[in-house]
Every structure is written in structure tokens, then in C-alpha cells.
Design a protein around this ligand. Structure first.
Ligand code: GLU
Length: 305
């Protein structure tokens, strides 16, 4: 384990990183280095789409643009006993309950007016032992076990983000362990951030929505809350989140269209308002509070270089 406070980058190795992911990683790295924090790398490889070959290519691409990290890369696939220990701790405090709902059950359930769309309606929160038995029996033919949900207070929780300002989310009884036995993202992110002594979380702003739930869990577990910095996503010219199908968006693809590493770096850097072709110079000049906050539109088919 690293000995001091850190920032981190936590990619999911389900494909090559695209230029938007590299930009977020660069911002995370620069924020940490500027703040005098360590910087750690974590592979969120619990998802069944994770592939070892992408672990290799993602780390290679991050290193190619000049990002370095402290210590060994942490793999979530090697952390299941830590997640199990936290689940046991929550079970002992009666803070988890089994949920037998399918997606359709949740969608079709009546919802109290104060609960926002998509919030868990609480169907399995207070069942009798007989009802629980029936729930398990319903799932057995589907080859599924019950999910475990956190018994929350159902409050609204406001977090303060350095870029996005105040953000309030309603805390429903969210999933801690899925029906297929996989530990849920909100749990593993919080447990690993604590384990890696992460005090600054920089990530794309599509995850801002998850942050109140993560903060709720940190408080429950007595963890320290990191600073949050959510950065705008990179969009394609149609205003949609940039994706591999948009064209040349990965380092490998951009190299094949004639871009050098320095040119790609300069492009990312200029999208942040800094003319620079390397990390050493970039980190000197980068100020998160002056960062361009609009989404960056990247056109993989547009004029080049
Ligand atoms: N693994 C997530 C992603 O690649 C990031 C999770 C996080 O930063 O908390 O989008």
C-alpha cells in the first residue's frame, strides 16, 4: 500500500482508452501532482467485459502520453476478500437486505411521489421470512441469487464538487452486491479509494450522479471523504459521448492516421487552454480552477493536424 494521500485513475479495461479517457487521466494526474499527492492506478476489472489485453494497452497508452504512477497497479479482481469483509461488516449491523426484484419488477412497482424515477421503490425492504423464502425460490430457476441492498435513510445528500459545484442526489437503497454475486461499483470504488488513500477523485462527469451514494457509504464506513473533481466528457460533433465507433479516437488509430504522440498531446492540452506538447511543461501551467468547463467536441473525421 502507498504511504500517503493520493489521487487516482481507475479505468475499466473493456477496450482501448480513447482521447477523452486520456484527457481525463491527464487532468487527474496533473491535479494530483500539483497538489503534492501521490498518484495511483487501479484497474476496475470486475466487469465481465474486462480483458487482460486492454490492461496492457491502456497502461501502455497512459505511459506514452507521459502519465506515471506510484507503486503497483491495483486490480479489483484481487480484492474480493476485502469487499467480502465490508459486506460482512454491513450485514452484522443489519444494514443490508436481500432483494429478489428483477429489472421489470422495479420498473413496474408503484413509487412514492417523493422518490425520483429509477430509485428503488423499497419492495424487498421489510419482508417476512416466508416472503424471503418465496423470493429466493422465484430466482432459483433463473440461476440467480438475491442482490444485497443497503438499508439507507432515503435522504437527499449534497456533495460539493470543485468543478461542478453543489450536486444533490437522492439516496435510495442501492445495490451493494449484485444477484450474480459481483460486488457493485459504488461499493468497490469506495472501499478501494480508502485502501489506496485516495484524497482526490478526478473522473468524468457522467459519474457525478454516483457521488452522493459513494459519500453516503463513506460516512457509514467511517472513511475520509476525498475532494471531488468531475470533468466534462468529450463529445462527438453530434453532441454525443465520444465512442470508438466515431472513427479514429484511440492512440493506435490516431497513429495510423499519421498523428505523432506529441501532436496528440498538444491537441489534448489545447482543449484545456494550454499550448504544450509534453507533461512536464503542461503540469507547470495547468490550474484546475481555470480549466475550460465546456465539453470538448472532438471530430475524428474532421480536419487533422
Ligand atoms: N472505471 C470507471 C470508468 O472507467 C471510473 C470509475 C471511477 O473513476 O470512479 O469510467
Amino acid at each position: 500500500m502507498v504511504a500517503h494521500a493520493t489521487g487516482r485513475y481507475a479505468p475499466s479495461p473493456s477496450g482501448d482508452l480513447h482521447i477523452g479517457n486520456l484527457r481525463t487521466a491527464l487532468i487527474a494526474w496533473a491535479c494530483a501532482r500539483k497538489a503534492g499527492l501521490g498518484f495511483v492506478m487501479r484497474m476496475e476489472n470486475l466487469d465481465d467485459r474486462a480483458r487482460p489485453e486492454y490492461v496492457e494497452t491502456q497502461l501502455r497508452d497512459l505511459a506514452e502520453i507521459g502519465i506515471d504512477w506510484d507503486g503497483d497497479v491495483l486490480f479489483q479482481s484481487e480484492r474480493t476478500s476485502a469487499y467480502a469483509a465490508v459486506v460482512r461488516h454491513l450485514l452484522e449491523q443489519d444494514l443490508l437486505y436481500e432483494c429478489y426484484c428483477t429489472r421489470a419488477d422495479i420498473r413496474d412497482a408503484p413509487r412514492a411521489p417523493h422518490k425520483p424515477p429509477g430509485a428503488y421503490p423499497g419492495t424487498c425492504r421489510d419482508l417476512t421470512p416466508e416472503e424471503r423464502e418465496a423470493g429466493r425460490a422465484k430466482l432459483a430457476p433463473m440461476n440467480r441469487g438475491p442482490a444485497l441492498r443497503l438499508r439507507t435513510t432515503g435522504e437527499a445528500l449534497t456533495v460539493t464538487d470543485r468543478v461542478c459545484g453543489s450536486f444533490t442526489g437522492y439516496i435510495d437503497d442501492f445495490v451493494i452486491r449484485r444477484g450474480d454475486g459481483a460486488y457493485a461499483y459504488n461499493l468497490v470504488a469506495v472501499v478501494d479509494d480508502e485502501h489506496q488513500q485516495v484524497r482526490q477523485v478526478v473522473r468524468a462527469d457522467d459519474l457525478l450522479e454516483s457521488t452522493p451514494r459513494q459519500v453516503y457509504l463513506q460516512r457509514l464506513l467511517g472513511y475520509e471523504m476525498p475532494e471531488y473533481i468531475h470533468v466534462p466528457l468529450v463529445l462527438n460533433p453530434r453532441g454525443q459521448r465520444l465512442a470508438k465507433r466515431d472513427g479514429a479516437v484511440t492512440l493506435r488509430e490516431l497513429h495510423a492516421s499519421g498523428w505523432s504522440t506529441k501532436q496528440i498531446f498538444s491537441l489534448i492540452s489545447s482543449s484545456l487552454g494550454i499550448e504544450s506538447d509534453n507533461v512536464v511543461d503542461f503540469v507547470e501551467r495547468f490550474e484546475v480552477d481555470q480549466m475550460q468547463r465546456e465539453p470538448w467536441f472532438f471530430d475524428p473525421s474532421g480536419p487533422r493536424i
